[in-house]
Design a protein around this ligand. Structure first.
Ligand code: GLC
Length: 700
């Protein structure tokens, strides 16, 4: 039967206390496909609810799906329309695999370059993050699947993530860390996942000020707030703080069934015990079932008001009603990935950022190429809950070999890079392959017209990178290859910023992040010029010591406390406020074409019209960026903030005028007593190609 909105309320009245409790904590999925599962209440026709990871595609055991590029690659396109398309595709694939909620997008701000999950997030800038968060949520939910923006809020590191207390000013929260989530709520997100960490003294699963007062009160969020897995730290404070659903919620005994492993002899604090070197970044998995029997008792004692429990259940049932879960004739969505494979390749190609190019790119079709690097025979992905089985994998070398007309020689050069996987990394049968040697790689490079060296980092959930140095002797590999081939192209498949010490010794550098399943095809399309590399950096690349998080107190924290002392000065805002120069600034990225900025004029106080011309002989893409510089920038306010951006494709020789809409956030300041206030004009609107490459200034 189709339940109308009104029925949800009457349904809640019919539910017994036990049935309500059953709806607010997870159980083991009897079909074993979901990451989180609610059994529903058959007596009243309330169906099951299945929640599945993750931000890069749907993980359902035994049902491979499209593995999209890392979220940081998607953000590099500066084209939120692609986020909407990707969200729609992932939503459809989730639905076709009988999942009702997708546990994404991940949209925490990229505060520190070392964070192990930067690849699952968008940017260091709140305006760019908000644009992608909103579009992604709209896409996912267009498929009648509940989006689950995560992790609310200030989960900007992995080390100690389940215990660290984030000390952050209200102003920095409001201006930097919250806007992405507010945009997700404005886009209609049906749920929000709370982070493991504490913010200003209370764990996010029981943080009443941020969950009840801001999220539900100020923003009017009417969906359900779900904990991160094992992140519901308590019963009464969490329920009364505003948490609505505990995941995975299973009892301790069910835990072993869920992970399909033998119960350990002693009560170790994580399911994985010491078998994983991620224990510092994992929650206490024995702290589970807080919204099961303990919640029923708390409600009976009156510690948790019955009205609060009813609200928790209402919020969940309302989302089920919204996605048609009660409808008997639920539309069966086809499982085929209709066009999703091409979309994943398009996003990976569009998200590649050309950092340097002396003209060696694009490649001629018939060149002889040496493809070198430890990971060229696999696709490059990050570790953790975003891992999944991809429908179509195209390893880096495979894609290049398929596209090239000349000879392609493949050499790994150095051993595979050690990676962390939550699902038991497929142990490559290394013994079948001869141990890679540097000499083999160097001689292959010497004999080829072009040497393409593909390097990678190894980021994963629950761990942060120790430094920004490429691991496993890859820097030496690049230097030795560049020494014997003047046409050395380096492709960096990384989770975020890395140091590039050899950047002056090579002919081109392409940052392709984790490209997802389309890896080799997307890279080949860019290398041979079938696609114009249109990516722009959503994060600042700099020498490690120049970032603002230089002492333990600011990252990863000391004695369980981390201080966000940099306040608003995250990313490019910090570099603008100090005399440290980035290696590659926020917004940087080259095209194979060439664009001249002809004119810029204000249409009104939130829109600029910019005229650009493609003065090259080939179609290309550019991203016109507008930065807002208030006249009264004080020492703790950013010099400039991204106000807006527009990605545009332009055929050779053509001229176009594009609109760049400016976000109110760039004109606003949050004052801890007065709340939101408008920054004082006059404002200088800077139009350019990056935060450091300004072409025009107009005064507002
Ligand atoms: C993990 C992650 C979260 C994921 C969830 C379910 O610990 O923090 O992003 O969706 O648990 O796997």
């Amino acid at each position: 039967m189709a339940i109308a909105k009104a029925d949800v309320e009457s349904l809640v009245e019919e539910l017994t206390l036990e049935e309500k409790i059953q709806l607010v904590h997870g159980a083991v999925d009897p079909e074993g496909t979901a990451t989180g599962y609610l059994p529903g209440v058959e007596r009243l026709g309330i169906p099951e609810l299945r929640l599945a990871d993750g931000p890069l595609g749907v993980r359902v055991n035994g049902a491979p799906a499209t593995l999209f590029p890392a979220s940081i690659a998607l953000a590099s396109t500066f084209d939120p329309e692609l986020a909407r398309e990707q969200g729609t595709a992932m939503g459809r694939e989730a639905k076709a695999r009988d999942q009702d909620a997708l546990l994404g997008p991940g949209l925490n701000l990229i505060r520190v370059p070392h964070c192990g999950r930067n690849f699952e997030y968008y940017s260091e800038d709140p305006v760019l993050t908000a644009a992608f968060a909103g579009a992604s949520v709209e896409g996912i939910q267009s498929a009648d699947v509940i989006a689950t923006p995560k992790h609310y809020v200030a989960n900007n590191q992995e080390l100690y993530r389940a215990s660290v207390n984030v000390n952050v000013s209200e102003r920095a929260l409001r201006e930097c860390y919250l806007p992405g989530f507010e945009a997700a709520v404005d886009a209609g997100a049906g749920s929000i996942m709370t982070a493991y960490n504490s913010v200003n003294g209370s764990f996010m699963s029981e943080n009443r000020p941020l969950v009840t007062d801001v999220l539900k009160g100020e923003w009017g969020f009417d969906g359900y707030v779900v904990s991160d897995w094992f992140g519901a730290v308590s019963t009464v404070s969490s329920a009364n703080g505003g948490l609505d659903l505990e995941m995975p919620g299973v009892s301790r005994d069910e835990l072993w069934e869920m992970f399909d492993i033998e119960p350990p002899e002693d009560d170790d604090d994580t399911v994985f015990g010491e078998t994983k070197d991620v224990s510092d970044g994992m929650p206490d998995m024995t702290n589970t079932g807080n919204f099961a029997e303990p919640l029923r008792e708390a409600v009976e004692r009156g510690d948790v008001p019955r009205a609060r429990l009813d609200d928790m259940v209402t919020r969940i049932l309302r989302q089920m009603e919204r996605i048609g879960a009660f409808d008997e004739d639920r539309s069966e969505v086809s499982a085929e990935d209709d066009g999703h494979r091409e979309l994943a390749e398009t996003i990976a190609a569009r998200g590649a950022v050309l950092l340097e190019n002396d003209g060696v790119l694009p490649l001629a079709d018939d060149v002889d190429i040496a493809v070198i690097g430890p990971g060229v025979e696999e696709i490059s992905t990050g570790g953790g809950s975003s891992e999944m089985d991809a429908l179509h994998e195209v390893p880096t070398a495979t894609g290049i070999d398929a596209r090239a007309n000349g000879t392609v020689t493949v050499k790994r050069g150095v051993p595979p890079i050690e990676k962390v996987s939550f699902f038991g990394g497929d142990d490559e049968d290394d013994d079948q392959q001869p141990e890679p040697t540097l000499d083999d790689a160097v001689s292959a490079a010497a004999d080829a017209d072009i040497a393409v060296v593909v390097v990678e980092d190894a980021a994963a959930e629950a761990v942060d990178r120790d430094d920004l140095t490429l691991p496993g002797g890859q820097n030496e590999l690049v230097e030795d290859v560049a020494a014997v081939n003047d046409n050395t192209v380096v492709v960096v498949q990384s989770s975020g910023p890395v140091e590039l010490p050899w950047r002056d010794d090579v002919s081109a550098i392409l940052e392709s992040w984790y490209p997802g399943q389309a890896d080799g095809d997307a890279l080949a399309a860019v290398l041979f010029g079938d696609a114009d590399p249109s990516g722009r950096l959503p994060v600042t690349f700099a020498n490690e010591d120049d970032y603002p998080v230089t002492d333990d107190a600011t990252f990863p924290g000391t004695d369980g406390e981390v201080q966000y002392d940099e306040g608003l000065l995250v990313g490019y805002r910090y570099f603008d406020a100090t005399d440290a120069d980035p290696v590659y600034p926020f917004g940087h990225g080259l095209s194979y074409a060439a664009f001249e900025y002809r004119d810029a004029e204000l249409v009104d106080d939130r829109r600029v019209e910019v005229t650009i011309e493609n003065v090259s002989d080939r179609t290309g893409r550019d991203v016109v960026q507008a930065y807002v510089r208030p006249s009264n920038a004080s020492d703790d306010r950013p010099v400039r903030e991204l106000g807006g951006f527009t990605a545009v494709e332009l055929p050779a020789g053509e001229t176009v005028t594009v609109d760049v809409d400016l976000d109110d956030l760039a004109f606003s300041a949050y004052d801890e007593t007065a709340g939101w206030t408008a920054l004082e004009g006059p404002f200088t609107i800077e139009i350019g190609r990056s935060a450091r490459d300004i072409e025009f200034e107009v005064t507002l």
